[in-house]
Design a binder for this molecule. Structure first.
Ligand SMILES: NC(=O)c1ccc[n+]([C@@H]2O[C@H](COP(=O)([O-])OP(=O)(O)OC[C@H]3O[C@@H](n4cnc5c(N)ncnc54)[C@H](OP(=O)(O)O)[C@@H]3O)[C@@H](O)[C@H]2O)c1
Length: 239
């Protein structure tokens, strides 16, 4: 398979890139960090330094590829809001990093997938989008937007024969969550995350979520009336 992975220089994306390469696929790993890109190149992956916040440069780079069978749009970030300060620039930053880069990536990979074999588009969202979580105003909004974007693409791309999957992980141990200063229940390793995502992709699941012991209870809670959830969520709010 010809596979492209964004955000492949770190965490979940890096593990997916290395694992898919080991399985004999042709992998394009993209990111911004020179050192980590060189390390992936030394393992035999195709690498490219692409800042997805630069639309023109990103689209020019994508246009240089011939075709893709699988595109995993994973690049992203997380920042939390700390009230009473509400900084709208933080919200813009997170929306730019998680939603706009995903839209640019979709624009770049769609023509390539249309020339691929059994094409499959995969977007990495988050189980944080299931329900309102403390301090996640910006991150949750960005991942809710990603979920809508990917779920709608599934509807619109069906007639073209392009499968579309949304991945909603729970907590995964990566440099991104190593910055968190709160308990992260049932956090899994990148190896476990990669295995769950690859299994879901192989089965061409529309929705891939893991670990289920975390995401299933969260889904159940998301069915509660919002005022009731609002009261329960107070137990998670820092004093
Ligand atoms: N870890 C979790 O618990 C968790 C849970 C749910 C969802 N997720 C989602 O999973 C994805 C990966 O998270 P992670 O934990 O693996 O994070 P990570 O280790 O911080 O990796 C983020 C990756 O995104 C890349 N990236 C960010 N902005 C970019 C840009 N403008 N252009 C190109 N690349 C960019 C980074 O590249 P450089 O480092 O080279 O700049 C890096 O490779 C994110 O979308 C995140 O929201 C993570």
């Amino acid at each position: 398979m010809k596979i492209l992975i964004t955000g492949a220089t770190s965490g979940i994306g890096r593990q997916l890139a290395v694992d898919y390469h080991k399985l004999g696929n042709e992998v394009w790993a993209i990111g911004r960090d020179d050192g980590r890109l060189s390390e992936l190149a030394s393992l035999g992956l195709h690498v490219a330094k692409v800042d997805l916040s630069d639309r023109e440069a990103s689209l020019a780079w994508f246009a240089g590829l011939a075709s893709l069978d699988l595109a995993i749009l994973n690049a992203g970030t997380c920042e939390y809001i700390d009230l009473p300060a509400f900084d709208s620039r933080l919200v813009s930053r997170v929306l730019r990093a998680n939603v706009e880069t995903m839209a640019v990536s979709v624009e770049g990979v769609l023509p390539l997938l249309r020339r691929g074999v059994r094409p499959h588009l995969v977007g990495i969202g988050s189980s944080a989008a299931y329900l309102p979580l403390p301090r996640a105003e910006a991150y949750g909004a960005s991942k809710a937007a990603v979920a809508y974007l990917i779920d709608t693409l599934r509807v619109d791309l069906r007639r073209e024969g392009i499968d579309v999957s949304l991945v909603s992980p729970g907590f995964v141990k990566t440099p991104l969550t190593d910055r968190n200063d709160f308990p992260m229940p049932l956090r899994v390793s990148v190896e476990e995350a990669s295995a769950a995502i690859r299994q879901g992709i192989a089965r061409r699941r529309s929705e891939i979520h893991f670990p289920r012991r975390f995401t299933l209870p969260l889904k159940l809670l998301s069915w509660l009336p919002r005022p009731l959830w609002g009261r329960l969520a107070q137990t998670m709010v820092k004093p």
